[in-house]
Design a protein around this ligand. Structure first.
Ligand SMILES: [Zn+2]
Ligand SMILES: [Zn+2]
Ligand SMILES: [Zn+2]
Length: 497
């Protein structure tokens, strides 16, 4: 094939996606034509999936014939792609995650770069939220159809070259054609430059511990100070990866450790934010009301607090059916890895697993695991509470039309960036582990003021005279009062999920 192609159209870290889009545009050929020519024989001869439905992986390019691609582009695209991916992920030294898990599975692009035909692995890299060349927020949804577009070589999700299936053009080259495709951009983001220098020289200031969904380069850059630091002896309290998975003793200890952390956050919030609302919390939590009256207005502070607990601990009900018992389950961890703060158990477990696995079979001090648990749980629980508080009045008024507690949880996670670094150091011939925690919350943390319906002392006092209408009590005390039973259960339904 005598294709129109210029070496200058390929930039450092360029993805095969934009390389193929440029080939398609410059030669007025479809993706199917490109595939017919350069797909390997096994893939080309596959009857299924239907031609137009092909979804071809752009990470490995294994459906293509490497040598044909080299003839077309004058460059070994397969190796070029592997090198880009490797050099971006090299400082991570991850045992738990394959290289590809650090890149978005749907297309993310910079409007300025794409207007020059440029799309970079740096745009796909999950640890970046901004274009490192232009410092603008990356796009990830089509402006017309509002959808994420899978990062694949496929006619199913893309229309003409550089356009979404819906017709939206990421860039319009109808007048300039390929005039500007050779334009080179400089990386201006210092965190990215620092990251790339790590992968070139292989020098690190400590090993990095981070999850793809909870990290960014900002917190890992030398310019970002650590938020907390602790030093541990290397030889104490050692556990192995098997203990991590199977030791009841370890799991119970970690569970208790997590209960303590949660109660620390809980006390902090009640003391510093909710100190005027303890009656309000009691009222909503215990389903208190006056005989013969409706349930009173719910205080937005109490509403946020009760639902924060329910969502974070994944409890079944928002109300407390037995008010005498401590509502925190102290018996967890007996059957494997478990935390009281269930909504973040899996995230923390992934990180701890990665940490233990990275130690190449060596046992590690379990205090380090507990410290990581504490840092994550404390920070996350706190900002999640502030997010619940931000939206509680909206949910009270609009009844989950705009948002709901699970969505707030997911958004909080998306903006919660945390990483750890660890170093082995010798202090007076004893080996020690230094752990550093880096953290950033990219959400707006403005504290919202709400109107409390129980502001006056009279209203506060009235709450202490109310009675609890939890289902267990009314079904005993008013077994035949169906009107009351229905009223209470519809009230519960409205405020539960
Ligand atoms: Zn850009
Ligand atoms: Zn679209
Ligand atoms: Zn209140």
């Amino acid at each position: 094939m005598q294709a129109i192609w210029r070496n200058e159209w390929v930039h450092e870290y360029e993805t095969p996606w934009s390389i193929f889009e440029k080939l398609s545009f410059a030669n007025r050929v479809s993706r199917d034509d490109i595939f017919k020519l350069s797909g390997n024989s096994i893939e080309r001869n596959k009857i299924n999936p239907k031609k137009g439905d092909r979804k071809i992986d752009l990470f490995s390019l294994r459906s293509f014939d490497e040598s044909i691609l080299e003839v077309i582009f004058g460059l070994n695209l397969v190796k070029f792609t592997q090198q880009s991916i490797q050099s971006l992920t090299k400082p991570l030294h991850s045992n738990r995650f394959p290289n590809t898990s650090w890149f978005s599975k749907h297309l993310r692009w910079c409007n300025q770069c794409i207007s020059y035909g440029h799309h970079s692995w740096l745009h796909q890299f999950k640890l970046l939220e901004h274009c490192p060349f232009h410092n603008v927020k990356l796009e990830d949804t089509c402006a017309r159809c509002n959808k994420n577009i899978p990062f694949l070589f496929s006619n199913r999700f893309f229309g003409n070259a550089f356009s979404c299936k819906c017709g939206f053009k990421f860039a319009d080259f109808s007048s300039t054609l390929w005039e500007n495709w050779d334009k080179k951009f400089k990386i201006v983001d210092s965190a990215t430059l620092h990251w790339l220098s790590l992968s070139n020289t292989n020098q690190e200031d400590g090993r990095i511990l981070i999850l793809p969904e909870f990290g960014n380069l900002n917190i890992l850059s030398v310019f970002h100070p650590y938020i907390a630091k602790k030093s541990f002896t290397k030889e104490n309290n050692k556990i192995s990866i098997d203990d991590f998975y199977y030791s009841t003793q370890f799991n119970k200890e970690l569970y208790y450790n997590n209960v303590d952390t949660f109660q620390t956050v809980d006390r902090h919030i009640r003391k510093n934010v909710l100190w005027k609302h303890s009656n309000c919390i009691k009222q909503f939590w215990q389903l208190l009301k006056n005989d013969g009256e409706d349930f009173p207005d719910i205080c937005p502070y109490a509403y946020a607090y009760v639902n924060w607990r329910k969502t974070l601990l994944k409890t079944e009900r928002f109300y407390r059916s037995d008010i005498r018992k401590n509502d925190v389950a102290r018996s967890g961890g007996r059957f494997g890895y478990e935390l009281l703060t269930s909504a973040i158990t899996d995230d923390i477990k992934l990180l701890l697993e990665e940490y233990v696995l990275k130690n190449n079979g060596e046992k590690i001090n379990k205090d380090t695991l507990e410290w990581i648990q504490e840092q994550w749980t404390y920070r996350f629980s706190l900002i999640f509470f502030y997010e619940c508080l931000k939206y509680s009045e909206d949910i009270l008024v609009n009844d989950k039309k705009n948002t709901n507690w699970d969505k707030i949880l997911m958004d909080t996670k998306a903006n919660f960036k945390i990483a750890f670094k660890y170093q082995e150091v010798n202090v007076m011939s004893a080996k020690r582990i230094n752990l550093m925690m880096y953290y950033e919350n990219t959400i707006d943390t403005k504290i919202v003021e709400h109107q409390c319906p129980n502001h006056s002392l009279r209203k506060k006092r009235a709450i202490s005279k109310m009675k609890s209408y939890v289902p267990a009590r009314i079904s005993i005390e008013y077994p035949k009062n169906y009107e009351l039973i229905n009223y209470v259960s519809s009230y519960i339904k409205k405020h539960d999920y």
